[in-house]
Design a protein around this ligand. Sequence first.
Ligand code: CA
Ligand code: CA
Ligand code: CA
Ligand code: CA
Length: 368
Amino acid sequence: MKYLVLICFTGLLIFASCKNQKTTEAIPLQKVSAIAQTTSVPDSDDAADDPAIWINYDAPEESLIIGSNKQRGLHVYDLSGNEVFSNEAGKINNIDVRYGFKMADGSRIDIVAGSNRSFNSISVFKIGTDGRLQDIASGILKSELNGVYGFCLYKDLKEDKIYAFVNGKSGRVEQWHLFASSENKVDGSIVRTFKINSQPEGCVCDDEMGVLYLGEENKGIWKFEASPLGGSSGKLIADFSNKNLKPDIEGLALYYAEAGNGYLIASSQGNNTFAVFERKGANNYIGSFEVVNGNGIDGISNTDGIDVTNVGLGTQFPDGLFIAQDGFHVENGRKMNQNFKLISWKSIASHFNPPLHIDNLYQTEQVE
Ligand code: CA
Ligand code: CA
Ligand code: CA
Ligand code: CA
């Protein structure tokens, strides 16, 4: 009896410690393939960096992909991957998109903004349905960082305000409020700064939950309040005790679904995979996937930026789209310049067990 109690007690202890065990063992990867890819960027070496999806809500099949080329500017592609526009706006590293920025004349525009390393500034463009990007910044929105690096946008849906987060390799983060200037342009001012211990880059905001996720490349993923009143302390929601994560943490993206469902996705650059976390609660880790050769398109590796949308984009991507930079683009055994790969969200979702949500109608953005 004494031994039985001891065995049960030991069992309970093991069970309890397993439950509290922080280390997540490596679990099998889900393998998916791209169904389209963009034209290669015109520069060799590490050039393509961060993609962003702009949804054309009036004609979803005419939605666009904007890709940063950190050697020279931005490229805009259609959903088949054909380039429809490019500029030479400078060494833009990371980019993001928000809808319905209110201009001084009361009109609403959709903006593409990014960290511009040529001018140590934030670049802001108005995007048109034809993919043309028009610089709409009121002068040079110069950062006080010692070199801008990662970048993402946040829309406070209640206050109808758009903010930018820009970070530097030292770990400093600036939060900017972007506002309409009288000459019908976009101006900005720094409203908060804080710091993490080592180099960040990728970031993404959850507009509904008012949260900023920030990758510390050699540490993990931090969660901060996105409000400028949110203080300077964050919570580490993932680190390398999760054996499916390998430094660097690079791009982060957010998949929205109704009722707070959805996912945070991270590029785990060191093992060429993408990690999926719950969007709600404690951001529990769900699993990881990799994008392998298939459909005549090479697999994805060494990824920097990513983006995802739940919204159905016409016949090509009726169940949403995931897009990722490919660090090593190969065609017919030949090394090509880098590009971006397009993956159906359905193919990712259906490879998980249980399958991930597919919520192709939910719209979080206030479309004006
Ligand atoms: Ca790279
Ligand atoms: Ca990086
Ligand atoms: Ca990068
Ligand atoms: Ca590749």
